[in-house]
Each structure stands twice: as structure tokens, then as C-alpha cells.
Write a new protein. Structure first.
Lengths: 464, 311
């Protein structure tokens, strides 16, 4: 929000005036109103204990604002990246040109668990493997954006993006009269169009039948599943609602079986088809992979798409962009040391006090070490881990994430933020005009994950 | 519509209806406990438990029947599947799954109820809070029912109401079954204190106390009450009203006419009988047998609905 210590950036002026007008009483009331609203609509984390109170993510009232020009760069950069990631998937499951060109070593790809051998030689509709990509971005300076990670499987958080906006419009309508905020509420429609544009070859419906496949109410993103299927007007199914007969996939309805064309799955590869993947899985649909490979149904995202967001593959995304698209990357990667390589491991071990070390397969802000903020004992612990299993880790410098004004106990204070916009690729590639801003609510914290005390904000993109 | 969705909708309204029934029964028990009788105070708690179908469960947990324990068992107890708390919890968990099949208002109605009962459960309540709790429950269920009026009149709507009326038919019939002897004509003077009290229990628990007065002129008689609760299709809790609505929502279903036909055939005779029969004949033949048969029939219709639509 601030240009320097005391100068407010122009597009935040309205917000600053608005903040000045609000008394602490109003802030308290509005915070309570938001919390009640989120509880009532049920945008909560479920916990395993059914009767325990569900948790809600802290919501900060001050929106984060991007100007039109700022956003334009992000938009081009994210779409570019999403296209390259899809081209990469199409390549490695077919010709493997990028390997032949010695850009990515083949071991990195073929030995990964997230690489799916059953996908070799198969091309999904339009060659789109990952139609919904969430890219996590951080900012370190006025024009310095870095990609922290790509999410090519089933990125979540878009329901927060939409609900945060809804609650802001409801509580502060005047803000939206005075600021030209680009609407985002057409996201579900665009998502549905994207899914419909990815119908399988054997689809006979002029409007393909899409469903959202959820693992069920105990999943922490369950609210999002029901929210999205509701907004799209498609059935939210669990795997027991689906079955394979002949070369097609059907759902069980009160009218009898109904054919399904596109499955927007929000379950992991492992749980898709017990015949093909994990035979222990009780939540799969036996035979669905067979239907998929013979063009009877499309599964979005494609099984095996997860290889593209592997932390070891991440390092190569800028190379991918050059290789597949012949373009210069618009968004930069964070400098990353791959501990698998001996030299880089040595560097990491020598400089561990300055670095952030992450597990290759970790997520949610767990299993990581923030060198400058860690005790000697945990650093030593990580050193041992690194030496015994170097390929399980990568390291990055500690980025000075941008701050965003945040209400803490009725005072405006700076807190670190990141951003996850959502990119859709089907017939066309497009970016949501906004995203999920996550904020580290604890003073000095770098971790924005909701599982570790992170909160969320409404994210505005101002119209031109 | 997904079979599972239909099933969940059906059960949501069953649970909500059951929550109301349990609350009404508690209300009746509470009221009775305020009236004196020769040996102290009236104790209707045992029959309240029977009517709620909870007597066995209660006796497994407690040795004696005491107001405080009955209240807790019927309202908050997590081990009693029909406690108001469990009904609301189950309705809410089902609603969570099928919230896309009804309006945001219906979801809000259920979810708010759930949030509030969690708060209520955390508070210590005293004996005299019971009327507030039962009133609150009835209010919440009405809120939910009201929210249904904004639904699309599609199969989901009909499954919701099928569930509601199957549950209500069952609840009304069970209550009659527990209290049927009150409605048998007696040779001696009718209208004594005890009878009045018992009748009022019956009517109140079916939320029909005042409605009855408006529906029938003259003296209160056992036969009139029996007629009201069994055959009067103006009374929204009578067996007749429930059957008519089951038939209505069943035949309104647009999915699978064959399935609808099969279930309807099973129900047809009971429906005709209840529309044409005179209460005198039923009482003569045996009210108890009639009600028992009715309960069995409803349960078989419920089974068929599950078999035909939800599998």
C-alpha cells in the first residue's frame, strides 16, 4: 500500500480514506459479521471430529489492490507459464523432445512417483492435461514478481476468492461504488465452459455432461467442491455414484444410469481407479481409466499431470517456456538449489542459515526450514536430513515478501502476503481477474498457509 | 438427479420432522409434570419416551425415569439417534452433501440451526429452560420448511416432501399406538379429568390442540378425536393427510414412471381405505390393529422407496 515509509500509493487512497472513517467499534462489528457469514454459509475447514467446531480462515477486511497495468503483466506471465506446463506434459507423455534436447534429465521425470506410466502415448482432448492451474506468486519489489510454485493437479482456494468478494460487497457496498473493481463472479461460468470445451472424442451431447468428483465431506476443500458444482449447475458426485459399463462412464440417478462426459476430479490420481492405480483404494471407480483412454470420458486434470508441479521440475519451467513457446519468461522463478546435485547440496549445507529448505513432496508449509528464523537444533536436524536424502529437498533464498496493510487488533499493520490467481485453459486460455491473497497473520511470519495461522484477503484488480 | 442426492434430501426432511416430533413430545411431558395428581405430580415421561421410540435406549442408560435425564436424553444425548441434537446434526451433515440441490436459504436454515444447537449444547440448561428449547426447535424446523417454498418444483422437492410425510405418518401413527386406549369409547362418563388430560397430551403432541376445537363442534369425545387424528384430511398431522401427501409427492415424481407405479400399487389400498372408511368401523374393528397395520405399511413403502430410487 505504501510507496515509501509515508507515501501512499495512489490506487490505495480510497482505501486509506475508508479506513480513516472506520471506528474500532465498526471494525469489530464487521469482523464479527464476516465470521458469522462464513460460518453460516459453511466455508469452513472440516476436522475429523464430526462434533467439534469447524474452523474458519481468518478474513482480513482490507483488500489487496492491483492496478490494471500491474495485473496485465501477471496475466500474460501466468498464461504463458500455464501453456508451457501443458506443452511439457504433452511432450513427456509422447515424444519427449525436451529430454532429447538435453534440457531436462530423463531421470528427474521418469523416476518420479507423480509420473504416470499409463499415460504414455495417450493424448487428452486438445492436448490439455491441466486445464485449471493455480500459480503461487510473491512480490518483492514494485515490479518484481516471482513464481513460488505451480499447482497443476487440483488447486483449491478459488471459492475463497469468490466468497471474499461476496462478503466485501455485502458489507461495504460503498467501496465498490467508489472503486472500479473488475468483477470475478463469472469464474464458475468460465470454468464450466472450459470443461465443456474438453469433451472426449466419443461425446454425443452437444452440451457435454460434466460432473465434479469429490472425495466426500471429510475433505478439507469440500466446501469448495459443493460451491463450484452449485455455481456451475453440475452434479457433485462421489466415486460410488459412478460406474463403468461397456466403454462409458455413468452416474446413478433416480432415472437410471446417465452418461458422463467430463469429470472434473478433485481426488488424487491414486484414488481414481483401483484397477489401474492403488488397488487398496475404496474410493475409486474401477475401469474409468480404460474408458478414459478409449475416449469415452475426459478426466480433468489428466492423471499424471502432477509431474508438472513437482518441486524438482519447477526449476526447469523457464527453460520450458523458451523451448516450447520460443518466448522469454515473463515471470521469474525463485532461485532454487537442487540438493540432488552434489555441488548445489554443498552450497546449501554451507549457507543453510540464509536459506529456506523445502521437502520436494511437502505442502501446506509443513516440512520446511526457514534458516534465518530457526534454532540451531532444527538447522542441525535438517542438515542430517539433507545429507541422508538429498534428492528429497530443494532450497531457496528467503524472499522478502511484500507487505499488505492488515487489521491486527484494530490497528493497521503490515503483514506478508502471497497470491494465487487461477488460470483456465480449454478452447482458450484465461486468467481470473483476481485471485486468492493469503496473508501471514503473525507478526514477522513468512508462512501464509491457512494450516499455520494464515488468513485471506479480497483481491482487487482495478478496471482500466 | 443422483440417487444419492435423492436419498439425502429424503432423509434431511425426515430428520427435521423427527426433531420437531421429539421437541413436541418433550413439551407435552414438561406440561404434564406441572399438573398435580393424587400421588404428587403427573408423570408422563415414560409414555413420552415410548412415543419417541426411545424407551429402550433410555433404560439402558438410566435406572430410573427422571425428568432431568429424559430431557437430556431426548434433546442433547449423542447416543440417542432420535435426540433433537442428533436429528439436526444428521440433517446438517446430509445437507452439506446435497446443498447444491436446494436453495442457499434452505442450507442456511439448517446450518444456522446446527450452529445454534452447538451453542445450546455447550451451555448448562435448567429444568425451566425446556420450553425455550422446544419452542426454538419448532421455530427452526418451521424456518426450514418455509425455505423449501423457494425450491424448484422438481424431483428433489418431491423427495424432500416424501421424506417429510413418511416420517410424519410414522410419528403420528406411533403416538396413536402408544395412546390408542385413550380413544376407545368407554361405557362410563366420558370427559373426566384423566381423560381430558390424556386427550390433551395426544392433541398437543400432534400440534393439533386448538385446531381440534375449530374443526369439531360440541363436546369433546374420544371418537371425534380419533376421527380427527386418523381420518380428517384437514388435519395436517392426521394419518389420512400424510397418506394423501405421500401419494401426491410420489405421483408428482417425473423420474421412472414404472418405479412410481410399483410403489403406488402397494399404497393404493390403504389410501382408498383411509379416504372412505368411517371412524366407527375402524374403532369397532380395532383401532390398535388398524394403527399397527398402518405403521407396517408405511415402513414397507419406505423400504420400497429406498430400493427403487436410492440404490
Amino acid at each position: 500500500m505504501y510507496q515509501s515509509q509515508s507515501v501512499i500509493r495512489k490506487h490505495y487512497n480510497n482505501i486509506n480514506d475508508w479506513l480513516d472513517q472506520m471506528t474500532s467499534k465498526v471494525i469489530l462489528e464487521k469482523n464479527a459479521e464476516a465470521e458469522t457469514h462464513f460460518r453460516n454459509i459453511g466455508i469452513t475447514f472440516s476436522t475429523n471430529n464430526e462434533t467439534a467446531r469447524e474452523r474458519i480462515i481468518p478474513f482480513d477486511l482490507i483488500p489487496r489492490i492491483f492496478t490494471y497495468t500491474e495485473w496485465l503483466k501477471l496475466e500474460r506471465g501466468v498464461i504463458q507459464r500455464a501453456k508451457a506446463l501443458n506443452a511439457f506434459l504433452a511432450d513427456i507423455y509422447n515424444q519427449g523432445e525436451i529430454i532429447k534436447a538435453n534440457i531436462i534429465p530423463k531421470e528427474i521425470i521418469y523416476k518420479k512417483k507423480s509420473f504416470e506410466p499409463s499415460m504414455i502415448g495417450f493424448s487428452p482432448p486438445r492436448d490439455i492435461y491441466s486445464p485449471i492451474i493455480g500459480i503461487d506468486l510473491v512480490r518483492t519489489g514494485p515490479n518484481d514478481y516471482f513464481v513460488l510454485e505451480d499447482n497443476c493437479r487440483t488447486p483449491s482456494g478459488v471459492s475463497y476468492m469468490l466468497e471474499n468478494r461476496e462478503i466485501m460487497m455485502r458489507m461495504f457496498p460503498d467501496l465498490f461504488h467508489n472503486n472500479r473493481v473488475t468483477p470475478i463472479d463469472d469464474y464458475p461460468t468460465r470454468l464450466l465452459q472450459t470443461l465443456m470445451s474438453l469433451a472426449p472424442i466419443k461425446c454425443e451431447n452437444s452440451e457435454p455432461v460434466c460432473v465434479l468428483l469429490t472425495p466426500g465431506p471429510l475433505n478439507s476443500a469440500y466446501y469448495e467442491h459443493s460451491f463450484l458444482s452449485d455455481q456451475m449447475g453440475i452434479e457433485m458426485v462421489e466415486s460410488t455414484d459412478l460406474f463403468v459399463e461397456g466403454k462409458y462412464l455413468y452416474m446413478k440417478t433416480v432415472d437410471g444410469p446417465k452418461r458422463v462426459d467430463v469429470v472434473y476430479r478433485r481426488i488424487d490420481d491414486d484414488f481414481l481407479d483401483p484397477l489401474c492405480f492403488n488397488p487398496q483404494s475404496v474410493i475409486g471407480i474401477p475401469g474409468i481409466m480404460d474408458v478414459y483412454r478409449t475416449g469415452g470420458v475426459n478426466i480433468c486434470s489428466a492423471p499424471g499431470a502432477g509431474i508438472a508441479d513437482d518441486k524438482a521440475i519447477y526449476i526447469y519451467v523457464p527453460e520450458m517456456i523458451k523451448f516450447y513457446l520460443g518466448e522469454q519468461p515473463i515471470l521469474d522463478n525463485v532461485e532454487t538449489w537442487n540438493c540432488e546435485k552434489e555441488q548445489e547440496l554443498k552450497y546449501v549445507l554451507d549457507n543453510i542459515n540464509e536459506l529456506v529448505v523445502k521437502e520436494v513432496d511437502g505442502s501446506g508449509g509443513y516440512g520446511m526450514l526457514i534458516g534465518p528464523k530457526s534454532s540451531k537444533s532444527s538447522i542441525d536436524e535438517f542438515k542430517t536430513k539433507l545429507s541422508t536424502n538429498p534428492k528429497g529437498y530443494i532450497a531457496q533464498p528467503l524472499l522478502d515478501l511484500s507487505f499488505s496493510p492488515t487489521l491486527i487488533k484494530n490497528q493497521v499493520e503490515g503483514r506478508r502476503v502471497d497470491l494465487r490467481p487461477f488460470c483456465l485453459i480449454g478452447e482458450q486460455a484465461q486468467l481470473s481477474s483476481g485471485g486468492l491473497t493469503r496473508v501471514a497473520m503473525n507478526e514477522g511470519s513468512f508462512v501464509v498457509n491457512s494450516s499455520q495461522g494464515g488468513g485471506v484477503k479480497d483481491t482487487w484488480v482495478l478496471a482500466e | 438427479m443422483l440417487s444419492r442426492t435423492a436419498e439425502y434430501l429424503y432423509w434431511i426432511s425426515r430428520y427435521m420432522e423427527r426433531a420437531e416430533t421429539t421437541a413436541r413430545l418433550l413439551d407435552v411431558g414438561y406440561r404434564m409434570s406441572l399438573f398435580p395428581n393424587p400421588s404428587g405430580y403427573n408423570n408422563e415421561w415414560e409414555s413420552v419416551l415410548s412415543a419417541a421410540g426411545a424407551i429402550e435406549g433410555y433404560k439402558n442408560k438410566y435406572d430410573t425415569i427422571e425428568q432431568r435425564n429424559v430431557e437430556d436424553y431426548l434433546f442433547f444425548d449423542e447416543s440417542n439417534p432420535s435426540s433433537v441434537y442428533n436429528c439436526i446434526l444428521n440433517a446438517r451433515n446430509n445437507a452439506l452433501v446435497v446443498r447444491t440441490s436446494f436453495t442457499p436459504e434452505s442450507w442456511l436454515a439448517i446450518n444456522k440451526t446446527y450452529q445454534e444447537i452447538l451453542n445450546l449444547k455447550e451451555k448448562k440448561f435448567t429444568k425451566s429452560d425446556l420450553p425455550d428449547l422446544t419452542e426454538w426447535t419448532i421455530e427452526q424446523v418451521n424456518l426450514f420448511r418455509g425455505s423449501l417454498s423457494s425450491l424448484l418444483r422438481n424431483d428433489g422437492y418431491n423427495f424432500l416432501f416424501l421424506g417429510l410425510f413418511i416420517e410424519r405418518a410414522d410419528n403420528s401413527a406411533r403416538l396413536l399406538d402408544v395412546k390408542y386406549f385413550v380413544l376407545l369409547p368407554k361405557p362410563q362418563y366420558v370427559g373426566g379429568n384423566i381423560d381430558n388430560m390424556q386427550w390433551s397430551i395426544l392433541l398437543r403432541s400432534l400440534s393439533s390442540f386448538r385446531a381440534f376445537r375449530w374443526a369439531y363442534d360440541g363436546n369433546i369425545t374420544a371418537t371425534k378425536i380419533a376421527d380427527f387424528l386418523v381420518l380428517n384430511s384437514n388435519c395436517p398431522r392426521s394419518l389420512s393427510f400424510c397418506i394423501q401427501n405421500i401419494v401426491k409427492h410420489l405421483t408428482n415424481l417425473t423420474c421412472s414412471p414404472e418405479k412410481v407405479g410399483r410403489i403406488y400399487n402397494n399404497l393404493k389400498d390403504l389410501n382408498t381405505k383411509i379416504q372412505e372408511e368411517k371412524i366407527e368401523t375402524i374403532v369397532e374393528y380395532g383401532l390398535h390393529q388398524f394403527v399397527t397395520q398402518f405403521i407396517r405399511k408405511i415402513s414397507s413403502v419406505d423400504n420400497e422407496i429406498h430400493k427403487e430410487f436410492f440404490n
